[in-house]
Design a protein around this ligand. Structure first.
Ligand SMILES: [Fe+2]
Ligand SMILES: [Fe+2]
Length: 157
């Protein structure tokens, strides 16, 4: 009786681990789309980088992999912000300076995070990832939404 129970418990544990591992930190669905193809395509990729980092952490990947994955996420954050800023400035969006300042502040934060991870001051933890997730989702759903009607009126798709 006891050995059987042991096996059942192990299986349940294994199932839980598999479920956690396959669960994305951020689910890409319509609720996070802004409705501009150009931007949504980049946001989906950006979310993918955060999810990759989350998966690497859950899989218990070593420092080298985590640092490389974090660097890829930071790089893509800068690429996306630069493209978004170019789109706003090209079309003369009035909220450009304010939006850029928000991007700049976030870049400073992720660069500081990266520096601290590289210096072994902190690890890529659930708390760190949740902070990244909250910032990203809030930025897409609130701040980025502000320019959508304007860019649509300029014919951006
Ligand atoms: Fe964005
Ligand atoms: Fe933005």
């Amino acid at each position: 009786m006891l050995p059987d129970m042991g096996i059942k418990l192990d299986l349940r544990f294994a199932t839980q681990v598999l479920c956690i591992k396959s669960m994305a930190l951020i689910t890409w669905d319509d609720s996070i789309k802004v409705g501009l193809w150009t931007i949504d395509t980049q946001h989906e990729r950006w979310v993918g980088f955060i999810n990759d980092l989350h998966e690497a952490m859950l899989a218990g990947k070593g420092k080298t992999v985590l640092r490389k994955t974090l660097a890829a996420m930071v790089d893509y954050t800068r690429t996306h912000f630069a493209d978004e800023e170019k789109l706003m400035s090209t079309h003369g969006y009035s909220g450009y300076a304010e939006h850029k300042a928000i991007h700049d502040a976030f870049v400073a934060q992720v660069l500081d995070l990266q520096r601290r991870v590289q210096a072994d001051e902190i690890g890529v933890s659930r708390e760190v990832l949740n902070r990244l997730k909250n910032w990203l989702v809030n930025h897409i759903k609130v701040t980025d939404q502000d320019y959508v009607p304007f860019l649509k009126s300029k014919g951006v798709l």
